[in-house]
Design a binder for this molecule. Structure first.
Ligand code: ANZ
Ligand code: ZN
Length: 810
């Protein structure tokens, strides 16, 4: 009987024989299969981890049997907030808890029986890994792709740290759900915006889920429009606005600056200063999300200054309003209340003029495209023509040009937390910012640090860490106290796997160029805009700095769905609806658990756990075992020795070939549930054949070997055991994946429809190799056909091979 004992037996044998070791001499057939590495948490491996890893391992096993040289590494994304928050709660040092969690999870992962290349393991909180995070930082710094600036940043008051834009969800902290506020801080950024256009363009080339690509496109947010320069009246100040509707330039009745715009103070006239100051303070308390909300009442204050519309010389008032963001475009807009919703609300509230310049619609604002009116020489043009003509005119005047903007912001990488990679720079009184020389890496994270958060970086409290000497002048210097966002670790870990023991370099270029890109990457869809965008950016930056030679890290990407508790709710300890993989394997064995995960859910959808489902999968595996035992007896019996292909044999042969074909195709598409359904049908067909009187032993033997082969990716331990019990050589995973015989899939008889003048009159079963003349003859002999023709004469008989006969009679 199959049980977890069999799992352990084969796991040991696989390990002892190094069967899954990647063959470095066969790079030509390499297949880099990658599952997103996991976070070592105290709550052990959960069903979600299994759902990510086990089916992908089955996919990889099938590929291996098809001749691919599979590389499937595993590691731990072990820096970050959860370990630190856990430490704050329990007092256990993050390093200690992390090491313990990793040891437990490694053990659990091994119980899955996946083909992980453990010798390539990467653990990001170890100095031999984060040293290269620091190296990466230095390269980016050298190439102008890492820079420091003072900026209002997202601040989570609960986690007491800065968050990247991507980590703020609808105004709340992605990790803890607390409302995010703004804070002015000097922070390090990576210049991902330099790659906005390429990140957008290359999406088209990737075999990724469309939804994920759409999310990245939206996040990058390309917007094509124009910058228009407005000169301030009685002043030599001028400023630009970014607009996507320059065709409405004649309809501008005022302009608006964001409260944070640097010109606000200069442009505000004495008598308006108080009101403006108050307004600026109030704006600080609003999140960008709130400020952009369409439904929120628009507010603003007048500055007392005016600007000149370059296209018609008209004098328009300059307002300050928080619906204009300082972080987008130029931080200033031209307002066209007749054709923009927000401008319309604003103008209505403050009684500013509203002037229509686009024809169409019954009421204002009219935000669609249309014919231009009230716009002098541009009247009569369409929106599209107007945009081009007006931009050209502005260009000729030197007061504007076409402009592309992106919503994507630079990646903020500073974190005021302890459990991360120290940023390798020092601040010297004489020399300013000084990067640590590469040969002095790693800057080690000190162990003895008071890590409870108080809004400042914990490392600040370690005098020993902070006080150092300047690598440049030798004078006293302070270290950077912030650590790097953990997404820096995961932005390149898939490169380190390939060359994880290299102590000279992060990786060897020649090795990497051969092994990358990752052929199949699988993980949760929640990573669409952070990890997956950062990894693409870092790949491109490394390419441009000459360290690698490819453009994209992950050629193919798939996402798994979420396994919910039996109540259909997200599994959580507090709800008491979690399923423990450890218990499941103990009870049913890893293969039953794996098979249930693959059969019970659509891979991309996931769904609710069903205890009956795993039970019946257990029964199915037992049934396979009984069937195989029966076959063994049958084979032993010399009575059973027929050779001719009779109907029963043909039928089973059909199912066998159909199963091979379907399982290959469906598993290739990550359709594990239908693959296993085919295996179930195959089992039924074998059982049926065992009941016929005359059995072909040789055929039965071949069939059962094929059966175990196509079962093996899904139930690796069980199949290995059965393979051995049938006297076959170790290991089934060195066997070739069976190929189906297309001839066996042609059923001998086929059903065809017979039409008379386009109407079906009869259906008949005919032998599939019947000639066209014979088909015609047989069709005409049908009673219903005869009566439908009646006394009409036959004009034409059309035979569509294998499908129908149409008789035309008049
Ligand atoms: C005048 C205008 C007339 C506009 C009209 C729209 C319709 P996307 O597509 O997102 O790029 N805008 C520009 N910079 C802004 C900022 N910093 N904060 C808030 N709004 C800003 O949107 C571009 C449009 O958003 C621009 O085009 C500008 O309003 C506004 F009938 O200019 B438009
Ligand atoms: Zn110095």
């Amino acid at each position: 009987m199959y049980s977890t004992k069999i799992d352990k037996k084969w796991q040991k044998k696989w390990e002892d024989t190094h069967i899954y070791k990647f063959d470095e001499n066969n790079i030509k057939n390499k297949l880099y299969v990658l599952e997103m590495f996991s976070y070592p948490s105290g709550s052990r491996l959960h069903a979600g981890h299994w759902f990510n890893y086990a089916p992908v391992d089955s996919w990889a096993r099938l590929k291996r049997m098809q001749g691919y040289n599979v590389f499937q590494p595993m590691g731990f994304d072990s820096f970050g907030l959860p370990a630190e928050n856990y430490a704050i709660k329990t007092g256990i040092h993050p390093s200690d808890s992390t090491e313990k969690n990793i040891a437990t999870m490694e053990k659990q992962l091994r119980s899955m029986g996946a083909m992980f290349n453990w010798e390539n393991e990467v653990i990001t909180c170890h100095p031999d890994y984060y040293k290269w995070n620091q190296w990466l930082f230095l390269q980016l710094y050298k190439h102008g792709l890492a820079y420091r600036k003072n900026a209002p940043v997202n601040w989570c008051p609960s986690c007491k740290t800065v968050l990247a834009n991507e980590q703020v969800q609808d105004g709340f902290c992605e990790r803890c759900g607390t409302e995010v506020t703004k804070k002015d801080l000097t922070q390090w950024f990576f210049k991902i915006t330099d790659y906005a256009e390429e990140l957008l363009q290359y999406l088209d080339k990737l075999d990724w889920p469309e939804k994920t690509k759409a999310m990245q496109r939206h996040w990058i947010g390309k917007s094509t429009g124009s910058n228009v320069t407005f000169k301030v009246v009685d002043s030599d100040i001028e400023f630009s606005v970014f607009t996507t509707r320059v065709d409405t330039l004649f309809g501008v009745t005022y302009v608006v600056l964001s409260p944070e715009n640097k010109l606000v103070d200069k442009l505000t006239k004495e008598q308006y200063k108080d009101a403006v100051e108050k307004y600026k303070d109030a704006a600080k308390k609003q999140s960008e999300i709130e400020r952009q909300s369409i439904t929120r009442e628009k507010t603003g204050v007048f500055s007392g200054s005016y600007a000149i519309n370059p296209i018609n010389g008209r004098k328009v008032p300059i307002w300050i309003g928080d619906y204009v963001l300082n972080t987008y475009g130029t931080g200033a807009v031209m307002a066209v209340p007749a054709h923009d919703e927000r401008d319309f609300d604003f103008a209505t509230k403050y009684k500013l003029p509203i002037e229509r310049v686009i024809e169409g619609g019954d009421s204002l604002p009219y935000v669609q495209y249309g014919k231009i009116i009230n716009s002098g020489e541009f009247n009569g043009l369409t929106t599209k023509e107007g945009k081009k003509a007006i931009t050209e005119k502005l260009e000729s005047m030197g007061l504007g040009s076409g402009k592309v903007n992106y919503r994507l912001r630079d990646w903020l990488v500073s974190r005021q937390r302890y459990w991360g990679t120290p940023i390798p720079v020092v601040y010297c009184e004489k020399c300013g910012v000084v990067p640590i020389p590469e040969d002095q890496l790693p800057v080690k994270l000190p162990y003895n640090v008071e890590f409870s958060p108080d809004g400042k970086s914990p490392l600040l409290k370690s005098e020993e860490f902070m006080n150092t000497t300047c690598p440049h002048c030798g004078g006293p210097a302070k270290r950077e106290a912030d650590t790097l966002d953990t997404f820096v670790c995961s932005s390149w870990y898939y490169l380190r796997y390939v060359d994880n023991k290299n102590s000279e370099k992060p990786f060897d270029k020649e090795k990497i160029d051969k092994m990358l890109p990752v052929d199949m990457y699988v993980g949760g869809p929640e990573h669409a805009c952070m990890h997956l965008l950062y990894a693409r950016f870092i790949t491109k930056a490394l390419r441009d700095m000459g360290f690698i030679d490819f453009d994209e890290p992950f050629s193919s990407l798939r996402h798994q769905g979420i396994i919910l508790g039996p109540d259909g709710q997200k599994m959580s300890k507090s709800k008491g609806n979690t399923i423990s993989p450890d218990d499941c394997i103990e009870e049913y064995g890893a293969d039953v658990f794996r098979m249930y995960l693959m059969f019970g859910f659509d891979y991309a959808e996931g769904g609710a756990w069903n205890e009956d489902g795993i039970k019946s999968m257990g029964k199915f595996v037992d049934r396979i075992e009984r069937t195989i035992d029966q076959i063994k007896d049958t084979i032993k019996d010399p009575e059973n020795n027929k050779t001719s292909m009779d109907d029963a044999e043909k039928e089973l042969n059909y199912v066998r070939n159909f199963s091979i074909k379907s399982v290959s195709e469906d598993t290739n598409k990550f359709q594990f549930n239908t693959s296993i359904a085919r295996i179930m049908e195959f089992t039924n067909a074998i059982s049926k054949y065992l009941k016929v009187e005359n059995k072909n032993v040789k055929f039965l033997q071949d069939t059962i070997l094929d059966f175990i082969k196509i079962l093996s990716p899904f139930a690796p331990h069980f199949s290995e055991e059965q393979w051995e019990s049938l006297g076959q050589h170790y290991s089934i995973f060195n066997e070739k994946w069976p190929e189906f015989d297309p001839k066996a899939l042609v059923k001998d008889t086929i059903e065809i429809a017979i039409q008379v003048n386009g109407k079906i009159r009869s259906k008949i079963n005919i032998s599939s190799d019947l000639s066209e003349d014979d088909i015609k003859e047989k069709s005409l002999a049908e009673e219903n056909v005869k009566s439908a023709i009646g006394d009409k004469s036959i004009k034409k008989i059309i035979v569509v091979k294998g499908r129908l006969v149409n008789i035309v009679a008049k």
